[in-house]
Design a protein around this ligand. Structure first.
Ligand SMILES: N[C@@H](CCC(=O)N[C@@H](CS)C(=O)NCC(=O)O)C(=O)O
Length: 211
């Protein structure tokens, strides 16, 4: 397997952490894609992913998986232990719900705030092959949405040890990377959110958080 990564970008980190939790970091070759130099737009990379984004995972038969969710699914099916996407029908559906909540309310909220305001992302308000103009008002809205996500995290983690239930799952990876991504905008877990902070400190201490 081959993993197309960018060490500084949040989406590939979602897959990098997943690979580390599966204990596969040593076995998967990593190819660094230089997003700053727009390598994702090159003809060579477009032949791998016409949507011009990382992460991408290449299976040994040459098949490419072009999104975080595709990469996660392939890794889970080919290396089930430890389970990160749920053990049975109920858990799988619960993890999917929690991943979506963290992605929509956390990860996308920060992305919306950052990409609509950063000078270096002018006309790159959305990732992918097409250019979109920034809408600066979305910057403030994204920050508000992340504030609500911090509240949700705290409420959820008052009831259970992990974001999707009682074990570490992909939902924790999505929520954790979203919190770290929010730090780029100096948005941090509020002091009063002690349940969220306890969960964050534990996630940060996992070896997968270092990759
Ligand atoms: N939802 C997709 C999004 C991937 C994505 O947008 N990746 C960003 C890096 S975080 C990217 O490739 N950006 C390229 C660009 O900004 O042109 C996924 O998770 O695979």
């Amino acid at each position: 397997m081959k993993f197309y990564d960018c060490a500084t970008a949040p989406s590939p980190r979602l897959v990098r952490m997943f690979i580390a939790e599966k204990g596969l970091s040593e076995q998967i070759e990593t190819v660094e894609v230089n997003l700053r130099e727009k390598e994702q737009m090159s003809a060579g990379f477009r032949a791998i992913n016409p949507f011009c984004t990382v992460p991408v995972l290449e299976a040994d038969d040459g098949t490419h998986f072009l999104t975080t969710h595709g990469c996660w699914r392939y890794l889970e099916e080919t290396k089930p232990d430890p389970v990160l996407l749920g053990h049975n029908a109920t858990e799988k559906a619960k993890v999917a719900d929690a991943v979506w909540r963290a992605e929509q309310d956390g990860f996308f909220a920060v992305g919306e705030a950052l990409r609509n305001t950063a000078k270096g992302m002018k006309d790159r308000a959305l990732t992918g092959p097409h250019d979109y103009a920034q809408i600066p008002e979305l910057g403030e809205r994204g920050k508000q949405r992340m504030g609500h996500f911090f509240e949700l995290l705290d409420e959820t983690l008052a009831e259970q040890p992990f974001f999707a239930g009682d074990y570490f799952s992909a939902a924790d990876i999505m929520a954790f990377v979203s919190v770290e991504f929010a730090g780029w905008l100096k948005l941090n877990i509020p002091e009063t959110a002690t349940n969220a902070q306890r969960w964050y400190d534990a996630a940060k201490a996992r070896p997968s958080a270092l990759v």
